[in-house]
Design a binder for this molecule. Structure first.
Ligand code: DX5
Ligand code: ZN
Length: 220
């Protein structure tokens, strides 16, 4: 599969949105973290900021909704032109219906799993999604430490996708850096979200290139 590098703009300087997006223009998508202070103990931003990122037209937007009631809110992110919309399995009342609604609105659909949520209950509906997001930190904050014990879930997810003959991406999010990206790629991830590793780097372009190169050695 193609290696996808998805910088998270959670900790960028939002007052200089365009410049911050230009720093990551050679990545594949811009990962926009939406938090509602209910599903996670933190508040970030919502539709207007996601729409501002879409309108800059620099990168396709990958929205990660860490919110309650995604059944109500997620379609709006497809309507404003997000390339992909990922909602949490723990929060959705009807994940399959929501995935179909996102597809109908022209977006790709992603299903996210918190660290303590297993992939097993979703194996039979993998074909309804374009991406499975295996969280490698508890969602809510950037700059946390990568949870290595999630690699078993990444592996099982990739195996289930391959066994079903599907082309579904496996995304990892949280604590992804030069130190951890190879482990995730080796376990079967092909899409890598990195926030602090990229925005705290001296040179974001170089960091993206380095992450891509490390991951590509393991993504097949
Ligand atoms: C965490 C967010 C992540 C986060 C990644 O809840 O979903 O996208 O911003 O940041 P780092 O790479 O710093 O862990
Ligand atoms: Zn995220």
């Amino acid at each position: 599969m193609k290696t996808t590098i998805s910088p998270s703009i959670l900790n960028c300087n939002i007052a200089h949105l365009r410049e911050e997006l230009e720093k990551i223009a050679d990545a594949d998508v811009a990962h926009v973290d939406v938090m509602d202070n209910h599903f996670v103990p933190n508040l970030s931003w919502g539709l207007p900021v996601a729409e501002a990122v879409v309108k800059q037209g620099i990168l396709p937007v990958d929205a990660h909704l860490m919110i309650e009631d995604p059944d109500r809110w997620a379609p709006g992110y497809a309507e404003i032109g997000c390339h992909s919309v990922t909602f949490h399995a723990e929060a959705a009342a009807a994940p399959l219906r929501l995935a179909r609604e996102l597809h109908r609105l022209g977006a790709k659909a992603g299903l996210a799993l918190r660290p303590a949520t297993d992939i097993a209950p979703f194996v039979d509906i993998l074909s309804e999604f374009d991406m499975i997001l295996v969280m490698t930190v508890e969602p809510g904050f950037g700059g946390q430490e990568f949870i290595e014990s999630m690699m078993g879930k990444v592996r099982r997810t990739r195996e289930a996708i391959n066994a079903a003959g599907l082309e579904v991406s496996v995304q990892v999010d949280g604590g992804v850096s030069r130190k951890t990206i190879e482990m995730a790629a080796e376990a079967g991830a092909d899409n890598f979200v990195a926030g602090s590793a990229i925005f705290r780097a001296e040179n974001a372009y170089e960091e993206i290139a380095a992450l891509r190169q490390l991951a590509q050695q393991h993504v097949h």
